[in-house]
Design a protein around this ligand. Structure first.
Ligand code: OAD
Length: 237
């Protein structure tokens, strides 16, 4: 256990992954009941898979949308929203495509959803976007150009959106954070590890909140081995 952190007037980067929503009932990807334990990401989370079988991919995303709509933000989402409110400089970099951080009260302008937003429908042909309900079959089409609509997320065989990368880089360029809180992520992606470490610069602390070891663990300054909703509210003074 780590001692509580003073947050007022601090500069803070929070990096979250699926674990922050686990206590809201949303499965992780690589945990014991995680999606990737029973489903093949190459068949569901690549642009190639979508081209091969858009109905199958839409069905999976629609099922996840239903689960997320029925879920509620937990104490970790709410505590992070409090951090956003009290910090002098704040960015929440989330890999989650759910909307639980926003529903807990973190303003959208303080969030970079680096893997996209599951509730967005986007046209691959003309770039049209909306947030309407769709039915997975037949495949939803664009009202502007009749192209195929897809979920507005970033898949494994795709690049991050440059505008999102730019927002993270702009925040980092403004100066080192007092601390970087890395919550509920295996930190499998190199850019997540890189941003977490660079966020703290040479003066700040990287604090990992996760019940298990991750790829970032050997490089963090403090480790809190506990579930996020239990521990983050107590971590914040
Ligand atoms: P993972 O499923 O890889 O990791 C979830 C992490 O949350 C694990 O380290 C767990 O130990 C931890 N965890 C579980 N319950 C927790 C709790 N109650 N409190 C805190 N931590 C908990 O999920 P991500 O790291 O988010 O991308 O995965 C990153 C990306 O890989 C996802 O955005 C998704 C996935 O494939 C794409 O689909 C492109």
């Amino acid at each position: 256990m780590t001692s509580a952190l003073g947050v007022d007037g601090r500069r803070i980067l929070v990096v979250t992954g699926a674990g922050v929503s686990a206590e809201s009932g949303i499965p992780t990807f690589r945990g014991p009941d995680g999606y990737w334990r029973k489903l093949n990401p190459r068949k569901l989370a690549t642009a190639e898979a979508f081209r091969a079988d858009p109905n199958l991919v839409w069905e999976w995303y629609e099922e996840r949308r239903r689960l997320i709509r029925a879920a509620h933000p937990n104490a970790a989402h709410r505590a992070i929203a409090t951090l956003a409110d009290r910090a002098a400089g704040f960015l929440l970099l989330t890999q989650n495509v759910d909307d639980l951080h926003e529903r807990a009260g973190t303003p959208s302008e303080s969030i970079v959803k680096i893997h996209g937003d599951i509730f967005v429908n986007r046209c691959d042909s003309c770039g049209y976007q909306d947030r309407k309900d769709v039915s997975p079959a037949p495949v939803p089409t664009c009202p502007k150009c009749a192209g195929v609509l897809r979920p507005g997320v970033v898949w494994f065989d795709e690049e991050l959106h440059p505008a999102d990368v730019g927002r993270v880089e702009a925040f980092l360029a403004q100066g080192a954070c007092d601390f970087v809180l890395v919550v509920g992520t295996t930190a499998s992606f190199p850019y997540i590890r890189d941003w977490s470490l660079r966020g703290a610069g040479s003066t700040g602390l990287v604090i990992e909140v996760n019940p298990c070891d991750t790829e970032l663990t050997p490089r963090v300054h403090r480790i809190v081995r506990a579930p996020a909703a239990t521990v983050i509210p107590a971590l914040i003074m």
